[in-house]
Design a protein around this ligand. Structure first.
Ligand code: UD1
Ligand code: UDP
Length: 361
């Protein structure tokens, strides 16, 4: 049996192609949800839209300080993995749920497969950097999206069990962006059918946790939108909503260049990404999707663990808060020919992953 440990929105999305592929081949596969994300817009909607089976277990750990959250997941996984006795535990990415999944598998002598392995930002202020490095240390299978991660792991003396397979975000976003074209009415609902707009997602602690930084970023984006004459559609992550409300910025920007809305399901988000002139984000998955959908992207960070998106020509980094600089960068990106090659593979990543894991499940 393959036990897929997941806990947050991007993990549900990126694990879904592997879960579907395992089920298509009649392989036993159980989802173990940690409950790190639990709000329906970050959780349940993705199970529905991506047609996933319900989790075999949900540990319901909820929001807690990082160490308590990791310990709660470890406690839960002890019982669940003792019960399931899987041949392999798989987790994707770099969240607290992934670190706990990796440690639990390691301590219970169950092979651990790390999907989206070898990404590094070299920014240890990010909670994710420690999670991904530590998960990599105990992983038996390292599924790297591109050769960039394989080479990075080699520099860390990790050479066994390393496979370059692409990224399952290509499998998921290619398929569901077609479904979204046919089914999502979000542009009409928001009155955007005839309107130029940018899409913004932002939830990284480095942008949202410090009120002064958040205020500067919002002001910079607002001025940029005014000078370029478009709206910024902003589906707001709960972490960011809390920060915006606590600092009075939600009220300030509610009726402005921003269209502030609740987090969206996958179909609506993909539809908005495809229709946007420009994507502004600090999300990992959205940087990748922008590249796949060939929409120019500005990443609101000083670094990225997805340098391929920048090399390909579809993404630039901007961590400043000068609206003239940002407007110039945005104009430049929007004029760029959208002919870059997606670096994350051909959409067959899940098949490759299951081919490699198959015998051991
Ligand atoms: C987590 C991951 C991050 C990932 C993101 C995906 C870690 C350290 N961080 O960040 O890598 O990019 O998920 O979205 O694992 N909240 C809710 N409802 C929820 C979940 C969270 O309201 O379902 C609120 C709570 O106030 C919580 C805050 O959001 O305190 C942050 O949640 P948390 O899971 O700690 O981190 P994320 O910012 O979601
Ligand atoms: N996403 C979504 N609805 C939203 C915002 C994001 O469906 O309102 C999707 C997005 O398309 C991408 C994934 O969530 O596939 C990215 O998740 P997130 O930004 O939360 O985390 P990260 O990728 O930064 O870890």
């Amino acid at each position: 049996m393959l036990a897929v440990v997941l806990g947050t929105r991007p993990e549900i999305i990126k694990c879904s192609p592997v879960i579907h592929e395992a089920r298509r081949r009649g392989l036993a596969c159980a989802i173990v949800h940690t409950g790190q994300h639990y709000t329906p817009e970050l959780d349940e909607i993705f199970f529905q839209e991506l047609d996933l089976p319900q989790p075999a277990y949900n540990l319901r750990v909820g929001s807690q300080p990082p160490l308590k959250q990791i310990v709660a997941i470890l406690n839960g996984l002890h019982d669940v993995l003792s019960d399931l006795k899987p041949g392999i535990v798989m987790a994707q990415g770099d969240t607290n749920s992934v670190l706990a999944g990796a440690l639990a598998a390691h301590k219970m002598n169950i092979p651990f497969a790390h999907l989206e392995a070898g990404l590094r930002s070299d920014d240890w202020d990010m909670p994710e950097e420690g999670n991904r490095v530590l998960a990599g240390v105990v992983a038996d299978y390292h599924f790297c999206p591109t050769t960039v991660q394989r080479d990075r792991l080699a520099r860390e003396d990790i050479t066994q069990g390393v496979h370059v397979v692409g990224n399952t975000i290509v499998d998921a976003s290619r398929y569901f962006s077609e479904v979204a074209k046919a089914n999502s009415q979000i542009c009409e609902r928001l009155g955007l059918s005839q309107q130029r707009f940018a899409l913004l997602t932002m939830h990284r602690p480095s942008n949202v946790d410090e009120p002064a930084r958040l205020s500067q970023v919002m002001a910079c984006l607002d001025q940029m939108a005014r000078s370029l004459g478009f709206k910024i559609v902003f589906p707001v992550h709960p972490r960011t909503e809390k920060a915006l409300r606590d600092s009075g910025l939600w009220n300030k920007y509610e009726s402005s260049s921003f269209v502030l809305i609740k987090p969206l399901g996958y179909l609506d988000l993909l539809r908005l990404q495809s229709g946007a002139q420009l994507i502004l984000t600090d999300s990992g998955g959205v940087q990748e999707e922008a590249n796949i959908l060939r929409v120019p992207c500005i990443t609101l960070r000083a670094n990225t663990e997805r340098p391929e998106t920048v090399t390909a020509g579809g993404n630039v980094l901007y961590a400043g808060t000068d609206s003239s600089e940002l407007s110039a960068l945005a104009s430049n990106m929007m004029q760029r020919e959208r002919n870059w090659i997606c670096p994350f593979g051909d959409g067959q990543t899940a098949k490759r992953v299951i081919n490699i894991l198959n015998l051991n499940i």
